[in-house]
Write a protein that binds this ligand. Structure first.
Ligand code: NAP
Ligand code: GDD
Length: 353
């Protein structure tokens, strides 16, 4: 019988980390997650698996080498999924040094901790790389061979992470891989990323809990997939015979405007957009009310506007299906989930009145 595998997930409290923890537990792994000290102990996304005897949490931080050496030395993982990051692109313009420390040097700290703990020959490492590396894109669609052109402090930091993974693969023959993941969303997506911001606002507007939604660049285009489908790919990448890097995307592109039209439709509001640039507005066709306005607060100093991935390699080499969940299904899953939350909030409000 083969030995039971042990996995360590950094960023286990995040969108991807929480789905990955569930996925690995279902595969029979012993799963360890790295968490940070916070003033609130409630970890919403993993609350339902805390208490599972195969799921263990440890305090560590990607900016703290000692904590990583201690954690990796104790857990001795067969697989590490490095998902921890300051993951918000716009925020990276406000905290560029912190972003570089965690998203760039954090990767190096993990690699060195693995070496220091004598696990370089046995431990496989997945690095959460990103389509933001393609940034101001030099080719459409983007594939593994497309030159990088990072276009934010976040992307520049992630570029270091990408290359240090490749360097340790070549220099020390470690099993290190980059998943170059395009945007993936879900009902667990952070509330300040554009998709979740839209589904949450549409649902709250429907129930009279919010008046309006303010957005930035409505014409920005993304290749949006469903996070649950992408998690499987992270695992497949580490089960390959050889370490390699993969673009993970759906191969389909939509604008922020299209996402908004569909999300509002899913909650029962038909929108039409009028005007251009900062004067563009999303109007409720039935009432004539303006529900979406553009606010320059959400413009970025440099914005990535044309992401479209080519998942051919992942399909061919990993047998992964990039279109398991369609764009329309993804928006519906998110809108339905937020609609239920808004309905519950509205009920509580009505009871209090
Ligand atoms: P997320 O929801 O923002 O989760 C980020 C996780 O990293 C959280 O668990 C967070 O912990 C943790 N973290 C942040 N700073 C840390 C530090 N200094 N030390 C330890 N942990 C830290 O992000 P996600 O959407 O799940 O994305 C997962 C990874 O994939 C990230 O590296 C992201 O950059 C990358 N990525 C995401 C996408 C996407 O579309 N979602 C696409 C490509 C790549 P707290 O809960 O304590 O804040
Ligand atoms: N967040 C946000 N808020 N974005 C907006 C808004 C708004 O109000 N209005 C328009 N946008 C545009 C942004 O300018 C960007 O072009 C696009 O919507 C997507 O923004 P986000 O949802 O914040 O995601 P992101 O693409 O910048 O970054 C996410 O995907 C990357 C992979 O490409 C994050 O998950 C990163 O961690 C990940 O690497």
């Amino acid at each position: 019988m083969s030995k039971r595998k042990t996995a360590l997930i950094t960023g286990v409290t995040g969108q991807d980390g929480s789905y990955l923890a569930e996925f690995l537990l279902s595969k029979g792994y012993d799963v360890h997650g790295c968490i940070r000290r916070s003033s609130t102990d409630y970890r919403e996304r993993i609350d339902h698996i805390e208490g599972n005897p195969d799921f263990h949490l440890h305090y560590a931080d990607l900016s703290d080498s000692v904590s990583l050496v201690k954690l990796i030395g104790e857990v001795k993982p067969d697989e590490i999924y490095n998902l921890a990051a300051q993951s918000h692109v716009q925020v990276s313009f406000d905290v560029p040094e912190y972003t570089a420390n965690v998203d760039a040097l954090g990767v190096l700290r993990i690699l060195e901790a693995v070496r220091l703990c004598g696990l370089a020959d046995t431990c496989r490492i997945y690095q959460a790389s990103t389509s933001e590396l393609f940034g101001r894109v030099e080719e459409v669609p983007q594939r593994e061979t497309t030159p990088f052109h990072p276009y934010s402090p976040y992307a520049v930091a992630k570029q270091y992470g990408y290359w240090i993974i490749r360097e340790y693969r070549d220099a020390y023959h470690m099993f290190c891989c980059n998943g170059i993941l395009f945007n993936h969303e879900s009902e667990r997506r952070g509330e300040t990323f554009v998709t979740r911001k839209i589904t949450l606002a549409a649902s709250r507007i429907k129930y009279g809990l919010q008046e309006k939604l303010y957005l930035g660049n409505l014409s920005s285009r993304r290749d949006w997939g469903y996070a649950k489908d992408y998690i499987e790919c992270m695992w497949l990448i580490l089960q390959s015979d050889e370490p390699d890097d993969y673009v993970i995307a759906t191969g389909e592109q939509h604008t922020v405007r299209e996402f908004a039209l569909l999300a509002f439709h899913d909650v029962g509001i038909e929108l039409e957009f009028t005007g251009e640039g900062p004067d563009e507005k999303g109007i409720d066709k039935a009432t004539g009310r303006t529900l979406i306005e553009v606010s320059p607060d959400f413009y970025r100093p440099t914005d990535v506007v044309n992401l479209l991935g080519d998942p051919t390699k992942a399909k061919a080499k990993l047998g992964w299906n990039p279109q398991k969940t369609s764009f329309e299904e993804l928006v519906k899953i998110m809108a339905d989930s937020d609609l239920r939350k808004a309905e519950a909030e509205a009920r509580t409000r009505d009871l209090r009145q």
